[in-house]
Design a binder for this molecule. Structure first.
Ligand code: LFR
Length: 482
């Protein structure tokens, strides 16, 4: 088998990383070359991503990759929906963070022109107040008119590296401007929203070449002339789903900052029931559909910990906290993690306490109890969403794969298995980077086959950890499936 090396740039909401992977049909070895924080910054006009800081981290990682040997290609993925407006080479301001609270006016403006039910039939997307189309509607008109292109974050990094302006299709599917059945820009919708058509660049599919590095940059980074930037599932969730070692009959939970919970389908489901349950039909690699719902993820736990750290002025020992949470014997009260009040950054313990008080439920008394309640509440929401995904899509689900950072949280994995009464297969942690790598390796000819073949390689080389339901000796019998 031919073997080679590819570099994956994976930008998450809390950190970014560059990974070099050596791949052949019987090898998948990953090496992290750089990891850098992603610290958003609040400016006078709102919450932004520190794009220059991220790009500096990317360049450092790529330099390390090239120093280690030849790299066939570079693939970039990140969170979805956010973008930079461009005029020529110039970025018209720093991209806003999707947790910035400016978009409500945009939501109202869009729904006044195109009611949500019609939007859903056209784009198949769950309602999230920060979907790109709402953010665009909140931009000052003069700025939108000054822009010649909007580039989503991975496409923006690709542009900086190559000079090419494209829109990778899986991520484009999160803008709300792509037809769910055509996979093409919805020209009529774009016109009705008063967006000039030229704003959205040419679409490319995962596996397509974006271009070589800019000449000066290639020299500066010590890259080989043959290195190409290649499109992957540039929406991180699309790459994560590629990296899930699942077989038919499985649902997935990609648990990082968010919990993305659903199934993979061949065709979208845009029924009234799916719309009312707020399920999304995002574009997957190889034309698959990611039928899922955004559930709260580790954000609520890390934001809670950050608040305690602010109060204490010292770091919280997370493994110790989780161990204490596991040892809690009182029955933890579950709260609704998807309540909108938990979306923006801030004092999470206070907001959770407020939720409990409003619902007449006693507030967890200690940090360990609160951490336990958070984990059990996430598990409850994950389990309910797996059941809904199966029912709405008519899929028989027998196992659940949990990938991403959350897969290292044994308490969470057991809680999900117990609530669903089915095994949870945990890992890999780096499913997103793996999905990014696999698509590049296939494009380079180091691998061949469909997604099932690629997933079989992951299952063989990085076998998941299995959690059987009922493994917690009688714990929580009172909060089982409802
Ligand atoms: C996960 C993710 C979700 C998307 C959210 C915001 O990292 O990409 O899929 O809804 O971030 O972009």
């Amino acid at each position: 088998a031919r073997a080679g090396t590819v570099a994956a740039v994976d930008l998450g909401a809390t950190s970014g990383r560059v990974i070099a992977a050596r791949v052949s049909s019987n090898e998948l070895s990953m090496r992290q070359l750089a990891r850098f924080p992603n610290d958003p910054v609040r400016l006078a006009d709102g919450l932004h991503w520190d794009l220059p800081g991220l790009y500096r981290g990317v360049l450092g990682g790529l330099r390390a990759a090239f120093a280690a040997g030849p790299v066939a290609s570079i693939g970039i993925d990140s969170w979805a929906v956010d973008y930079a407006l461009m005029r020529g080479e110039r970025m018209l301001g720093l991209p806003f963070h999707y947790r910035d609270e400016r978009t409500q006016a945009g939501v109202d403006a869009v729904h006044a022109r195109v009611p949500f039910a019609e939007l859903y039939r056209r784009n198949g997307l769950q309602f999230l107040p920060f979907n790109t189309l709402y953010q665009l509607a909140a931009e000052p008109t003069a700025l939108l008119e000054a822009a010649d292109t909007a580039l989503l974050i991975p496409d923006l990094i690709a542009f900086q590296l190559t000079g090419a302006r494209v829109a990778e299709r899986t991520n484009a599917s999160t803008t709300g401007l792509l037809g769910v059945r055509t996979g093409a820009w919805d020209e009529e919708l774009i016109a009705r929203l008063g967006i000039h058509r030229g704003l959205m660049p040419e679409l490319v599919d995962p596996g397509a070449e974006i271009g070589p590095l800019r000449a000066g940059l290639a020299a500066e980074l010590g890259a080989t002339a043959s290195t190409r930037v290649v499109a992957v599932g540039s929406h991180d969730t699309a790459s994560a789903v590629v990296g899930v070692p699942m077989s038919p009959g499985a649902a997935y939970i990609s648990c990082g900052t968010w919990g993305l919970v659903g199934v993979e389908l061949d065709a979208p489901v845009t029924s009234d029931a799916a719309r009312e349950a707020n399920f999304t039909n995002e574009g997957g690699v190889d034309g698959r559909i990611r039928f899922l719902r955004n559930v709260m993820g580790l954000w609520i736990l890390s934001e809670t910990v950050r608040q305690w750290e602010r109060e204490d002025g010292s770091p919280v020992d997370l493994p110790a906290l989780l161990a204490a949470a596991e040892a809690v014997t009182t029955s933890p009260a579950v709260f609704d993690v998807d309540d909108a009040r938990f979306m923006p950054p801030g004092d999470m313990p206070a907001r959770i306490a407020e939720w409990y008080r409003e619902h007449g439920v006693p507030v967890p008394a200690s940090r360990a109890e609160l951490a336990r309640s958070i984990v059990e509440s996430l598990a409850e929401a994950f389990a309910g969403t797996v059941r809904a995904a199966a029912e709405l899509s008519g899929t028989e689900v027998r196992t659940v794969h949990l990938v991403g950072g959350g897969s290292q949280n044994a308490l969470l994995c057991r809680a999900v298995a117990d609530r669903l009464g089915m095994p949870v297969l945990a890992g890999p942690v780096e499913a997103t980077a793996i999905g990014n790598v696999l698509v590049q390796a296939r494009a380079a000819g180091f691998l061949a086959g469909d997604l099932e073949t690629l997933r079989a390689l992951v299952a063989r080389i990085m076998p998941p950890v299995r959690y059987e339901p009922g493994g917690r000796a009688g714990a929580l019998c009172d909060t089982g499936p409802r």
